[in-house]
Write a protein of this length. Sequence first.
Length: 202
Amino acid sequence: MTDAQLIDEVLAGNQQQFTILVNRYIPLVRSVCMSQVYSPSIQDDLAQDAFFESYRKLRSLRDRSRFGPWLATITRNKCRSWLRGQKRYAQTLDEIQVEAPAQQSDSFSEITRRELCEWVRDTIAHLPGKTRDAMLLCYVEGLSIREAAFFLGESENAVKQRLHYGRKSVSDKLWNDLNVGESLRKDEQNICGLIVAILPLD
């Protein structure tokens, strides 16, 4: 069933159909939360809040085929509201288990895990919204380009371009900020492995 059909069912009283929407869009909501907040427990709370608010406001959605982008906006607003409410935003990376990428080069081995975690997370967080979401959906949630395109409401070519731009932005900043050797600039696979290893997977 399409999103619009499911929403019609929910509004007609078949509330169980909303579960299908939750299962369909949980990867998108998770990726948005991870891009804004580091704590897995807070991510879970914000994801639940986003789905709850979307359920309450479901009747206000005029174009029901746009449920995904609408839900993503609600989720971003939830995250931003939570961040604004924090007097002091300080997350400890010790609570998040991170495995270092296999076969790191000597240049990467000189960088502490904590510094690398903080740097990658900050870099991803400052990418343009949909580029950031595309990278999280594909590299963290493991979705295909087609699935990511569906969640983001874009064409597959647009998602591919966002991924290319995101990878290039991260790699360029890595070389500049961490003084990684020029010989690694063409090793894009190394960069993707680095991103996947550093970002929270739970």
